[in-house]
Design a protein around this ligand. Structure first.
Ligand code: PLP
Length: 389
């Protein structure tokens, strides 16, 4: 029995997988079981920020594995303290909760938002509704699926969690009409990732923040995909000139070990106290060691400037491909629109040709490792160009 047959015999079929068995990785390239090389423009859906097996990252995780690999959250670890302090330094948020995934980070954000209003306005105020945007994606748990503003995710698993209202992205009137005194938070992605790499408009975001501040409604930024340097600033909120009350991170923040982070500002960082929330693995020492290694590298001014420049380089080169109609996104989060080709077919053909890419709705999505080299970009885009001929 080969690996794929064995895998399918025992693992639930919850993903439509491509026929690639990944055996190892090196730099920005993955290698299949058959030895075939793939340039990686997907980084495990924006997760392997430093590519495969970055030496400092590997050293940090291995060093921690030899010291203490796990302890319950009834005790303290230095590595969790160090990771939290680094995140606080680079994000400007003093307090955070560690979980293991984007969905978990968002669950925490939802709980903080609801309890903030519960504590301040009382149970009878029923101030628990959260406005999320149409076409958003916030995760696969029942709460985060309920928050996700796409009908296609609201199937089978009834009843979904109540208390989520969808407003149209970039339509401030729709948002205004949906806000009432039972709304405790608005949740958004600055660039909708799974929804098709759609950046929010700056004036919409500014007005949204103004309205929310005026009405004591918390703003939750889901930066699970856009955060951790992906768009060329450590947080994408920096480019919009706003500071959400809550920001969530996951994916790229720890370079391939599971970490979800819920960052809260001074307004709501005291909402959760002992017993209100928890996670056995949250803040796991191995995960924090990986996270500290990533954040220490990707948060420097030079590194982020480099991400922005590489993003521009991608756009310039992509514009030279005749089949490319346009490119959306920010930094190294790119959504390519084609004139006539179907992104899903292009994705499959790229794989056959040795290039890993992603799709997001009708677009081809690129989330390359943040430390990709110009030579690797050229080699990957050569493959894409040939596939699109
Ligand atoms: C914006 C956003 N939020 C949340 C999630 C869920 O993250 P996870 O799969 O780590 O639970 C994702 C995953 O794609 C995401 O893109």
């Amino acid at each position: 029995m080969n690996t794929i047959e064995k895998f399918n015999e025992h693992v639930m079929g919850t993903y439509g997988r491509y026929p690639l068995v990944m055996e190892r990785g090196e730099g920005r390239c993955a290698f299949g079981e058959d030895g075939k090389e793939y340039i990686d423009f997907g980084s495990g859906i924006g997760t392997n920020s430093l590519g495969y097996c970055d030496e400092d990252w590997v050293d940090a995780v291995c060093r921690q594995a030899r010291a203490v690999q796990h302890t319950s959250n009834y005790y303290y670890t230095k590595i969790q303290a160090d990771f939290a302090a680094k995140l606080a330094e680079v994000t400007g948020y003093d307090k955070m909760f560690f979980g293991n995934s984007g969905a978990e980070a968002n669950e925490c954000a939802i709980k903080i938002a609801r309890k903030y209003s519960f504590d301040k306005y009382g149970k009878d105020a029923e101030r628990y509704n959260i406005i999320t945007l149409k076409n958003s994606f916030h995760g696969r748990t029942l709460a985060t699926l309920s928050a996700t503003g796409q009908d296609v995710f609201h199937n089978y698993f009834f009843p979904f969690l109540g208390g989520f209202i969808n407003a149209e992205a970039n339509n401030i009137d729709d948002l205004r009409n949906k806000i009432d005194d039972r709304v405790c938070a608005v949740m958004l992605e600055f660039v909708q990732g799974e929804g098709g790499v759609n950046p929010l408009k700056k004036d919409f975001v500014e007005e949204l923040f103004r309205i929310c501040a005026e009405k004591d409604i918390l703003v939750i930024a889901d930066e699970v995909q856009t955060g951790s340097g992906r768009t060329g600033t450590f947080l994408t909120s920096e480019q919009y000139g706003v500071k959400p009350n809550i920001t969530t991170l996951a994916k790229g923040v720890a370079g391939g070990v599971p970490v979800g982070v819920c960052l809260a500002d001074e307004k709501c960082s005291g909402v959760l106290a002992a017993g209100h929330h928890g996670s056995t693995f949250g803040g796991n020492p191995l995960a924090c060691a990986g996270g500290l290694a990533v954040v220490s590298k990707v948060s420097t001014k030079e590194f982020l400037e480099d991400v922005r420049q590489k993003g521009e380089y991608f756009r310039k080169k992509l514009a030279e491909i005749p089949e490319v109609e346009g490119v959306d996104g920010l930094g190294l989060m790119l959504g390519i629109r084609f004139k006539s080709k179907k992104a899903s077919e292009v994705c499959g053909r790229c794989l056959e040709s040795g290039l890993l890419v992603l799709t997001a709705k009708e677009k081809l999505r690129l989330l390359p490792p943040l430390n990709i080299t110009y030579d690797e970009i050229d080699r990957g885009l050569d493959i894409l160009g040939r596939v699109l001929e």
